[in-house]
Design a protein around this ligand. Structure first.
Ligand SMILES: NC(=O)c1ccc[n+]([C@@H]2O[C@H](COP(=O)([O-])OP(=O)(O)OC[C@H]3O[C@@H](n4cnc5c(N)ncnc54)[C@H](OP(=O)(O)O)[C@@H]3O)[C@@H](O)[C@H]2O)c1
Length: 242
């Protein structure tokens, strides 16, 4: 049985554009496929470092150009899902101890996991319509929760996702003033079988297929209410501690 959260009411105004950033990733590609199969949006677009136009979080000009491209499509931007993120890169596993802290690795994690999504907010939040439901989602991670941190380790990833959560909460306050019907939230997708999680997938851990995770996340997104803006939610829709 599919245990994805389901919501019968369709919160989306007719037409409009759904955009996935990080569409080349494991979860991003699955989200894009689900949205393309879902006729609730008039247009569905995926962007990544390899799309046309390309969007690289480390290059603000590429983000601005991508936002201009999206604005030029002429559809109201109803849903943006940021599915980018970085946990490890070649030769740089997440830190197990403070002895492994490396300023270059830390800066890279903050650049991709916090500053990049903040620049997405800068260039894409103004595109959310002033009228009608619209949602900006960024994929965070439960390990970015300070309240939930019992294991330690993964310093850069944890801290950059905690920074991301603060950015989401802060942007939601400004968004409420500018576009009162639009929401900005952070979601934890659960453990999902992708390149990001592959080196750490332990037997016994509940690992979801990307397709299943995408369905669950879209169920949570469909159920979001105005009061949820600025929040940090698990893939079952429950609230996560900061
Ligand atoms: N998988 C899990 O178990 C899990 C658990 C908790 C949270 N998350 C979060 O879920 C999100 C998606 O993760 P995933 O598992 O789907 O990872 P993934 O398969 O490794 O995908 C990561 C995505 O981020 C993009 N990206 C990385 N650096 C970028 C940059 N400089 N500019 C633009 N895009 C960049 C990648 O693009 P390229 O293809 O160009 O490299 C790719 O599209 C991440 O935020 C991750 O932290 C995942």
């Amino acid at each position: 049985m599919d245990d994805a959260p389901t919501h019968s009411a369709n919160p989306w105004p007719a037409g409009g554009l759904a955009l996935v950033i990080g569409a080349s990733g494991g979860i991003g590609a699955a989200l894009l496929a689900h949205l393309q199969a879902d006729l609730r949006f008039a247009q569905v677009l995926g962007l990544s470092r390899s799309s046309q136009p390309a969007l690289d979080l480390l290059n603000e000009a590429s983000i601005a150009q991508a936002a201009a491209h999206v604005a030029g499509l002429g559809q109201p931007l109803r849903l943006l899902i940021d599915a980018t993120g970085l946990l490890h890169s070649p030769g740089q596993p997440p830190e197990k101890s403070w002895q492994q802290l490396d300023p270059v690795q830390m800066a890279q994690a903050f650049a991709v996991n916090a500053i990049g999504p903040a620049l997405l907010m800068k260039h894409f939040l103004p595109l959310l319509p002033r009228q009608g439901h619209a949602v900006f989602v960024t994929l965070s991670a439960k390990v970015g929760s300070i309240g939930d941190n019992k294991l330690g380790g993964w310093y850069s990833y944890r801290a950059s996702k905690a920074a991301l959560n603060q950015l989401v909460h802060t942007a939601a306050i400004e968004l409420r003033r500018r576009q009162p019907q639009a929401l900005c939230v952070a979601l934890h997708p659960g453990t999902v079988a992708t390149a990001l999680s592959a080196p750490f997938a332990k037997t016994g851990l509940q690992v979801q297929a990307p397709d299943h995770a995408a369905a669950r996340l879209l169920g949570v997104i469909d159920g979001l209410q105005a009061a949820d803006s600025g929040g940090f939610f698990n893939h079952d829709g429950s609230v996560l501690p900061w």
